[in-house]
Design a protein around this ligand. Sequence first.
Ligand code: TYC
Length: 109
Amino acid sequence: MSEENQNDIDYEEGSGLATKTRPSTRKPSLYRVLLLNDDYTPMEFVVEILVRIFRKSPEDAARIMLHVHQNGVGMCGVYTYEVAETKVAQVLDAARRAQHPLQCTMEKE
Ligand code: TYC
């Protein structure tokens, strides 16, 4: 089933009525949350963020942190709009409190 036809409208023969045959269950758009590299944020702080805010295992967190360190940017996860927005805000707030320049952003998948 294509994304466009997720909630098909059926035009019943002769009745003049359009009836919805399925309840509305449109899939929400998803957003990638990205972490950006910088020269000052300690590696341990980034790992801690990935464990605490993105629920990564310490091993995955270390792998993602190193990827960002080496490539400039990396993905922390994919979420619905409001969840992604909240995670970005939590990262920026934690970085600001700790006075690290760590940057985090989101983009539509
Ligand atoms: N580049 C940082 C350092 O060498 C580590 C780092 C990794 C910073 C990932 C930000 O998103 C980041 N201390």
